[in-house]
Design a binder for this molecule. Structure first.
Ligand code: SAH
Length: 296
């Protein structure tokens, strides 16, 4: 018997809430077949420790749900599509009536360009997608060009300064319904390497992990920045306060719950009028969106 694990913790509008229908996915995306096998419980699944398998699943899911053609260069971050979709749906809830015809700023879109591709497909939002890594920015641009259904909605802009969120990428007079961001998490390239090793050990059930493909699960430049997640977001808060009218809602993922008190304190000091924390759960993993506005 083939069971499907549901993902009830996902947003009610998340298209991936009913789990993965592997037989249907395989029928439409034969390229996924080499990566799918039955596990000990008789469930079909992929090897989550194999980046090629995760990528093939993403390609099948994005094609199935949205007709999107998608790929990432070797070594670049391969996002779990169901989890990334949740941010887009919760952002739509936050925007309410403003979600219609919204223009959104995605800070650090990655080579994968996942939020603009999802937001444009799901809600018809326009995006300005920024990226500091030139290889990732070029790749994201290529993905946009390959998807005519959303190409006119997404503009990728290169950011030259790692420590700037808005300066250098937004134009005078430009405004957005919201900004969104999945910030670099680690504070150094070394911390990225240690965390990757730990992740691979966990996936290998505590055994010595198989030899890793270089930069498993993301390049180090994608995954770290000065000050890590906390430093990045404290800069973002200060920079948002310096241009409070740029976005109706400034939002970001916060991976580490422990960072919230310092960020909320910084937002109060910066004069934010409304600050919200939106909890998200993807299976065991807890995450949250932090959102703030300076609008009356
Ligand atoms: N949004 C993608 C990628 C997140 S990783 C996803 O969710 O999968 C964070 C990304 O932000 C990396 O690609 C990194 O290169 C980029 N980045 C880091 N600092 C930045 C900055 N100041 N402006 C724009 N992009 C930045």
């Amino acid at each position: 018997m083939i069971r499907r694990s549901t993902k009830e913790t996902l947003h009610p509008r998340n298209r991936f809430r009913d789990g993965y229908d592997f037989p249907a996915l395989l029928a439409r995306s034969p390229a996924l077949a080499p990566f799918v096998a039955e596990n000990a419980h008789g469930d079909l699944g992929i090897d989550w420790a194999d980046p090629a398998a995760v990528k093939a699943l993403n390609q099948a899911l994005l094609r199935d749900a949205y007709g999107i053609a998608w790929d990432v260069p070797a070594g670049y971050l391969c996002p779990p599509v169901p989890g990334r979709s949740d941010y887009v749906h919760y952002l739509a809830d936050l925007l309410g009536a403003r979600a219609a015809q919204a223009t959104v700023l995605d800070i650090g879109t990655g080579a994968n360009c996942v939020y603009p591709l999802l937001g444009a497909s799901e809600y018809g939002w326009r995006f300005v997608a920024t990226e500091v890594d030139p290889v990732a920015a070029r790749w994201a641009q290529g993905l946009v060009a390959q998807n005519p259904a959303v190409a006119a909605l997404i503009e990728v802009r290169a950011q030259a300064a790692r420590t700037e969120c808005f300066a250098g990428v937004v134009r005078p007079g430009e405004t957005f319904a919201a900004s969104m961001c999945n910030p670099p998490f680690h504070a150094s390239a070394r911390a990225v390497a240690t965390s990757n090793l730990r992740k691979r050990r966990n996936l290998a059930g505590g055994r010595t992990p198989p030899k890793a493909p270089r930069n498993f699960g993301g390049t180090s430049s994608e995954l770290w920045c000065p000050g890590g997640e906390r430093g990045f977001l404290l800069r973002m808060i200060a920079q948002s306060a310096a241009r409070p009218g740029l976005c109706r809602w400034f939002t970001t993922l916060v991976a580490k719950g422990d960072h919230l008190p310092a960020l909320q304190h910084a937002l109060r000091e910066a004069g934010a009028r409304d600050v919200r924390t939106i909890a998200m759960a993807q299976g065991q993993k807890q995450s949250r969106i932090l959102a703030w506005t300076f609008a009356p």
